[in-house]
Design a protein around this ligand. Structure first.
Ligand code: NAI
Length: 391
């Protein structure tokens, strides 16, 4: 029966024929989606032999949407994802100027997708700057709704910033603004609720995947109440809700200062299983970790609200205008995001099949142009065809 995915008592209910929203994306999104869909459908068919199948429902966003409907992000698209819970999307072009906010940010905010999840693992044969890139197998949980991304800022020289500075000096006794006449001011909100829902998701993920260590990454030595709060609330949550798991050793919670973390992922990446970070630290760490295993062309990602069940799985790269329409893009970031999606809906066998086929295809020396050390390289469609053979 074709049906919407639902959430009941905190668990997803997925029928044999679930509807999943897809947004093709702009630029290389169009090269990638048509091939990725073939891989997804072939893997589902291989695992379930016709018993299960995805019903893909297209929703428009980005340039494709603007060209056909005059809107960068139509209301119908939000409704489709809100109703179907699960979506997968290609990269979107955000128009520069004209007051249009980033479409990706808009989607995350509308659906309160508070956890940005990025598993970072190495595939044999991919070039990496590390001697032992295979030691990197870390899942990042980055808080997605707070921190400096709240966008609360006042520009130097404006009346507003002067008002804020006067308030800080006169009412709050702040005397440490070094150059009050020429300072811009930004606000960094970090809450107990926001931190704990993210850290709870990271712990649940670790337990479900038999991973022991959850590391809280923060800058609490300097920002005692915001970053320090994230750390403190993390430990409090673990103690209150996971006492048995902590006692049995099934779960270990520890923490590390963000700058040391960026050192340790290079020196001792095997120290980490799941890491939970505030928004800005998570931003830096995601790209650094992606680079360790071969770059954004193969890094998957998802933005998830584990409470409502809403989730958007997406490639982490952009529309790559320089290679768009040339059948040249690497589809792996998108495909691996699809694997995360299949894991999320409980079809882990499909995810495993695609992941091992990607590993096998790389080990046969088949790479798209971005990863090929020598020419000739595989086009997007040739690579995807090879992948299907390897399923
Ligand atoms: P980009 O990720 O599109 O491109 C950066 C470089 O990486 C380019 O050289 C490109 O050819 C290469 N590249 C990216 N994806 C690749 C793939 N799958 N295979 C092979 N090579 C790949 O970043 P850029 O140029 O900063 O952004 C271009 C557009 O994409 C902008 O409009 C931006 O707003 C948008 N964008 C959208 C994102 C999203 O929807 N999630 C994320 C990042 C950027």
């Amino acid at each position: 029966m074709v049906d919407k995915i639902k959430i009941e008592n905190g668990c997803l209910v997925v029928t044999d024929n679930p509807i999943i929203t897809y947004i093709e994306g702009d630029g290389v999104g169009q090269d990638i989606w048509k091939n990725a869909k073939l891989v997804f459908d072939a893997a589902v068919e291989k695992v379930f032999n016709g018993r299960k199948r995805v019903s893909w429902e297209e929703a428009l966003a980005g340039k494709k949407s603007f060209d056909s409907m005059g809107s960068w992000l139509p209301e119908d698209t939000l409704t489709s994802i809100a109703d179907n819970l699960v979506a997968i999307k290609g990269p979107l072009e955000t128009p520069v100027g004209g007051g249009i906010r980033s479409l990706n940010v808009a989607l995350r905010q509308e659906l309160d997708l508070y956890a940005c999840v990025r598993p970072v693992r190495y595939f044999n044969g991919i070039e990496s700057p590390l001697k032992h890139p295979e030691q990197t197998d870390i899942t990042i949980f980055r808080e997605n709704t707070e921190d400096i991304y709240a966008g609360i800022e006042w520009e130097a020289g404006s009346d507003d910033v002067q008002k804020v500075i006067r308030f800080l000096q006169d009412e709050m006794g702040v005397s440490k603004i070094r150059f009050p006449e020429t300072s811009s001011i930004g606000i960094k909100p970090i809450s107990q609720e926001g931190s704990q829902r993210l850290i709870r998701s990271a712990i649940e993920y670790a337990l479900e995947n038999n991973l022991t260590k959850v590391t809280l990454v923060h800058k609490g030595n300097i920002q005692k109440f915001t970053e320090g709060g994230f750390r403190k609330w993390g430990y409090e949550l673990a103690k209150a809700e996971y006492a048995n798991e902590l006692e049995s050793g099934k779960l270990v919670i520890n923490d590390i200062i963000a700058d040391n973390f960026l050192q340790q992922i290079l020196l001792n990446p095997d120290k980490f299983d799941v890491v939970a970070l505030t928004n800005l630290n998570g931003d830096y760490a995601s790209d650094a970790l992606a680079a360790q295993v071969g770059g954004i062309g193969i890094s998957p990602g998802a933005n998830i609200n584990y409470i409502t069940g809403h989730a958007i799985f997406e490639a982490t790269h952009g529309t790559a205008p320089d290679i768009a329409g040339q059948d040249k893009a690497n589809p792996c970031s998108f495909l691996l995001s699809g694997c995360m999606m299949f894991d999320y809906i409980g079809w882990g066998e499909v995810a495993d099949l695609i992941r091992s086929a990607i590993g096998k295809t790389f080990s046969q020396g088949c790479f798209t142009a971005d990863l090929a050390k020598t020419t000739p390289y595989f086009t997007t469609s040739e690579f995807s065809k090879k992948l299907i053979e390897n399923l």
